[in-house]
Write a protein that binds this ligand. Sequence first.
Ligand code: FAD
Length: 452
Amino acid sequence: MTQHRFDLVVIGGGSGGVRAARVAAQHGARVALAEEYRMGGTCVIRGCVPKKYFVYAAEYSKAIAQAQAYGWTSGPAIFSWPVLRDGVQEEVTRLEGLYRSNLEARGVTLFNTRATLASPTKVRLATGETLHADKILIATGATPHRPADLPGQEHAITSNEAFLLPALPEAMVVQGGGYIAVEFASILSGLGVATTLVHRGEMILRGFDEDLRHQAERNLTAHGVTVITSTTLTGIDRMPEGLRVTLSDGRSLSAGGALLAIGRTPNTVGLGLEKAGVNLTSHGAVAVDEFSRTNVANIWAVGDVTDRIALTPVAIREGHAFADSVFGGRETRFDHEDVANAVFAIPPIASVGLSEAAATAKFGSVHVYKAEFRPMKAILAGDQTRMFMKLVVEPGTDRVAGVHIAGADAPEMIQLAAIAVKAGLTKAQWDATCAVHPTAAEELVLMRERAN
Ligand code: FAD
């Protein structure tokens, strides 16, 4: 049986693992990385990247319709799912190749197979090989949750399969109220699929600012999605003409497909963590400290498997901080405060910092500034979609503690707003910034009057 010896063995070739492996190798470490599926991980292969291309595709339906108001005439617009699906897959394959060649160029040894822990210093590959590791990084990500107690759940797909569907159904039921459910509902509806979103909570997008959640739900409905809240799926049956999805309120829906987007489970099962003595949290994630250290001295974990903030840039920063700390001689900790995030619905929403409720709980009271308006582009096209912006300001210090935006380009705006929030700038400093006209973003520096 072949044996190999490395300074670092990384399990998982996703956002966190790839960054950590590359930077550790740059710092001079002998690094191995094992990936059981495709290099690049969830984000590149079946997450952020293909999802964003689908969003672009879905936005065209409205853009084509609205173009007439801007003087354009063309023939009937016909959408081809295979053209989109296969084009996106081609790009994903190109990116996968880049990830692979970048790692190889830095001298990282790649193993295209599943890896598990055999002891605190041994990693066993599914090929039978054993890697001896001075240090180990667990970066195995997470998997879409499938509820074992939902009869017929095997007839449904998850986001993993959604990118490769042989054909788009005429109607689809999406279960979930988080960002993945909302994004797929938006995409499907934009591509012409009659879409119903079923969510067990009272309102979608838990964790976001209440005003933003309301706006997102209104926008989703205006975009053509039927939103059913306070309801769950109780069964999925395969019928001759498709699926019959039954709901907890007694209704049943006919659809060509059902997509479950009800959360993601950290990939810790069957990983041999118990053989190495690695502790888990009560949610089954790898328990780590602020430096991504597990309870075992030579084992670290980053990214979704630790269930902190499940976003690609976070996994990348955690992986980078790990490599700098452990191999770069510079102890570095990623700061999880004020991480901006976006929901690429149509139109999108985006946030950074504290919601009004969280800020009120923290500071006792807050100053809130709101703006709601029809964006210029929508007016000429007769589009009723509204843009919403909200600033949450800490009284006393005048620091802008939260920014919440719903509407076109919200994710692009929030990236820049996040710099100001992270830097702790005050409302007076925002106001001292001159507007760029005509833009929607100028409202962010024009909200002078307190709304409450
Ligand atoms: P992953 O990228 O999941 O990588 C883990 C890798 O480990 C996988 O490739 C897996 O195959 C491999 N692996 C697992 N077990 C083993 C094993 N035992 N041996 C070998 N290999 C193994 N984030 C954003 O920031 N923006 C977005 O717009 C966004 N959109 C998303 C859309 C969808 C549909 C999904 C599902 C996720 C999205 N995310 C988004 C989240 C983002 O993809 C993750 O936060 C990110 O990929 C986490 O990186 P990671 O390295 O922790 O794990």
